[in-house]
Design a binder for this molecule. Sequence first.
Ligand code: HSE
Length: 438
Amino acid sequence: MEPVKVGLLGLGTVGGGTISVLRRNADEIVRRAGRGIEITHAAARDIEKPRSFDTSNIKLTTDPLQVVEDPEVEIVVELIGGDSLALDLVMRAIEQGKHVVTANKALIAKHGNKIFTAAREKNVMVAFEAAVAGGIPIIKAIREGLAGNHIQWLAGIINGTGNFILTEMRDKGRDFADVLAEAQQLGYAEADPTFDVEGIDAAHKLTILASIAFGMPLQFDATYTEGITQITRDDVTYAEELGYRIKHLGLTRRTDKGFELRVHPTLIPERRLIANVDGVMNAVLVMGDAVGPTLYYGAGAGAEPTASAVVADLVDVVRALTSDPENRVPHLAFQPDALSDLPVLSMEEVETAYYLRMQVQDKPGVLADVTRILGDHGISIEAVIQKEPREGCPHASVIMLTHRVIEKNMTDAIAEIEALDSIEGAVTRIRMETLNAQ
Ligand code: HSE
């Protein structure tokens, strides 16, 4: 049988990895897919640029539309990123009845509902394993492997760059900017690295994970998003003293009132396996009612780990080329007419525990004022430590861990604490989760 001809949009890090993996593992891929898979057409902004991978036998162009519209191309692999040109090209490919494989999390998180509707109308597949957690087959694991479960929550380290930065800051005391520059050089960071450090990239991925875990429409705009730029070395150290690690987590949970959908730095007990996921590695912890907790770990970024997911999608699409479209795995795991209409909760409605750090005047009655305010808002304290003022600084640091409370109560309490004369500056608040089997 003739190999399936694939058109590639984008010859960057992941595009190069995809070409290399498809060529190196060609024999294994034929054994699995039943047919060869060949990249025959590719588009890139600069086709003259010297590249470290072999583009011979690939028809190159600077015009991605030419690739999409070439009648020989049966599957379009979109690796250009962004959600404007990429959206036009993907919609055009679908209109032409072509299957699509994409690694583009922004595209799926923001426009997936529209893309999947169009794909269903045209009976084509849109596969997006590489959009979340690089090489970890987390979409397949949740969508198919956990299909017998009522999923309760999931929590993931789903941005490799952010995890790499937090790990280097903790282990080597390196500066934020210095580590970010290295992540960019290694090809982990987004084209706009604020997407990594402000949590937007993780929010794209969490939006997708929540939809396939709970069967809800993609709702990127409802995802609470907070990055890692405010995390200080002091917070990392104090958290460790208390037996916790700070990780940048994407967390989604089903409650009676609605879905929590949130990305923020989080203290987690250091004894949890996921607390020990370091560097650029990603991990997703999923709690199903039948299976209990399951943890998926692997490289979350980089050329070949991400290509591993792209190629797996290509194999899936090729296997399904002759299957009945009605019997394919639904894009969002659940049948499109059975999606949940439960709302996404605002952050103010979410219940969690907290780490608080504040600068206080070292005089009698200050702690009593703070604990009274917390008590007035129904907030119970789990632990307190006070650090002596540093030389030349009149204020001591007080660090508190609290029990779980609705975020609104904590926001109101913090406003009152910050208004005390004895408190200097803003109170640092970092959310805290035990991630136990409840
Ligand atoms: N910038 C992303 C990360 C790449 O660091 O995880 C993979 O999506």
